[in-house]
Design a protein around this ligand. Structure first.
Ligand SMILES: NC(=O)C1=CN([C@@H]2O[C@H](COP(=O)(O)OP(=O)(O)OC[C@H]3O[C@@H](n4cnc5c(N)ncnc54)[C@H](OP(=O)(O)O)[C@@H]3O)[C@@H](O)[C@H]2O)C=CC1
Ligand SMILES: Nc1nc(O)c(N)c(N[C@@H]2O[C@H](COP(=O)(O)O)[C@@H](O)[C@H]2O)n1
Length: 235
């Protein structure tokens, strides 16, 4: 049984997650409070290494009172352990799981560097490294391992490449997006779901609307993922 995965982003009307210069001021204050309430409701928050490298996020609950809650576990999907040791997501405010790949097939010099980085990360008390897959993190395997760690719900915050990986493997259960009344443009600006993309309508993700409501100057849209994809797309 895999964890229940909620994908949440703040995006512009043209689907961007940041500008081409990585300006990510999209959500208003009330929407950020909504996001932090979801963080409070889940066991873990998951991002890709791209987001860590570009945003240096904290991934803790800080826009609303934590009260007597613990911060959720922070999961960083990082096949090649590129995470900088001074990343805020490695601070002591919460446990951090780094999902990486087996390194046995690396050539000797790369393997030595990888083992060095593993030792440095393992010396950080609240950090745990888990291994799933070879060249790239195997997300299906990862979900199974996280479930065994008693992580039953995950807020997937992105970015667009990891979001693609999760949608491609049909690992997302719910979508909540804040759509700001802004247009960023830019063919190189990151979008909600990047990656290779589905080739045909038969393969794409189908959504079932749950709710929609105004928030700040924008709109929040909430959907379930329709899991009977094939039947839906044949109609
Ligand atoms: N507005 C919003 O709500 C949000 C905005 N953002 C923005 O998104 C941008 C970052 O997005 P992006 O650059 O795409 O990076 P991501 O955060 O999506 O990280 C992608 C990286 O994760 C690693 N990864 C490992 N396994 C997988 C897999 N199976 N599938 C996919 N990725 C995998 C890859 O690196 P490797 O091969 O090294 O493992 C990949 O390059 C930033 O500009 C950030 O500001 C991010 C989150 C939310
Ligand atoms: N939901 C949402 N709306 C926006 O406008 C955003 N820019 C983001 N960004 C995500 O939140 C992370 C920062 O979290 P911390 O405040 O540092 O805890 C950022 O890295 C993106 O994942 N999200």
């Amino acid at each position: 049984m895999k964890p229940y995965v909620i994908s949440n982003v703040g995006m512009t009307l043209d689907g961007k997650l940041s500008t081409v210069e990585n300006d990510t001021r999209i959500s208003g204050e009330n929407d950020l409070k909504r996001v932090h309430q979801i963080r409070k409701d889940v066991d873990a928050i998951m991002v890709g290494i791209g987001t860590v490298l570009k945003d240096n996020p904290k991934l803790t609950i800080h826009k609303i009172p934590l009260e007597n809650n613990k911060n959720p576990v922070r999961i960083v999907v990082d096949s090649n352990l590129r995470i900088p040791l001074d990343s805020r997501v490695l601070n002591e405010d919460a446990k951090t799981v780094i999902a990486t790949t087996e390194y046995g097939s690396l050539e000797q010099s790369e393997k030595i560097k990888r083992i060095e980085k593993i030792k440095e990360l393992e010396s950080i008390e609240n950090v745990e490294i888990i291994y799933s897959g070879n060249l790239k993190v195997d997300l299906e395997l990862l979900m199974g391992k996280l479930s065994k760690m008693d992580i039953k719900s995950i807020l997937l915050e992105g970015g667009g490449t990891l979001n693609w990986g999760m949608f491609e493997k049909n690992l997302v259960d719910e979508v909540r997006v804040y759509v700001a009344p802004k247009i960023f443009g830019g063919s190189n600006a990151p979008t909600y779901v990047d990656g290779d993309g589905f080739k045909t309508l038969e393969d794409c993700v189908n959504l079932e609307l749950i709710d929609y409501y105004q928030m700040d100057e924008g709109i929040v849209l909430e959907y379930f993922i329709k899991k009977d994809n094939n039947q839906e797309n044949q109609e």
